[in-house]
Design a protein. Sequence first.
Length: 303
Amino acid sequence: MGLQVERIYGEDRYATAAEIAKKLPTYNKAVVAFGHDYRDALVAAPYAARLGQPVLLTRTTSLPVETETALQSASSTSLVGTADVVNNYVLGRLPSPTRVSASTHYSNAIAVANHFNFQAKHIFIGTGNNFADTIAGAVLASKHNTGFMLVGNTLPSEVKDYIINNGITQVTILGGPVAVSDAVADAIRSINSQKETTIVNGYTTPAVTDLKITHEPHRPEKDLEIQVYTHKNLNAQYEDVRMILGSKFSASVVEEVISYISQKTDWVPALPGKAFKSDGKTIEVGSADYSWQINIHIFNFTY
């Protein structure tokens, strides 16, 4: 028996977005964005997904018939983007529209967060120069109920101000230093030493703290990243942790990790001792092949 495969598609990107909208059970609100620049749709996607709203696409000066048909189920719409991107004629063809826009893509992401009344203290940050890392991260941002911001080659002042003014306590950066430079990551860390920043290459989860150390002599440029959830009443069995890490990393690296964990008396104690996949109770070990990055996640757990 073959694998069951479903293809969702239309004749073009507008029709495909409309076909995807049909897969939603019901919706009375929708997001509309320009179909030839991913950034406006991207920053709105996590909020739309959480609220069960489709993201539909439009041209600058005309509303595709497929989009117009999909909007028949909506009583109101959020149009993301300036009038230069989607003009007022298109705005006028949308049901009860609200335009959400700002002068730059960076401030536009903030306007979108404010429009959807985002109030969580965790945000994802991705590059506004390329879509690969950020598109994949938008899904994860929705799952973790976080907001989404964009940066360029430097940390935009409006994003820095947003982090400060909204009391953001956790930032997850999507992509390696080619996508989001170390200088930008350092600028985010320097905003407030109490804020936690986790660098992500292909896999992430909210973290309370992280550790980066060099591992394996033949890949000295790579790092080992430890990510830790908030937790309580955990029994530490470091021998099991050694076994888990020992299958991938050298003994000296494993001992360095154990030493680091052992010094974290505020964790009290630091680790449960068993490794399973995501069961919400114990360590989860996941890796991204291209980065050789392993993430250890500790969930709320009581023996």
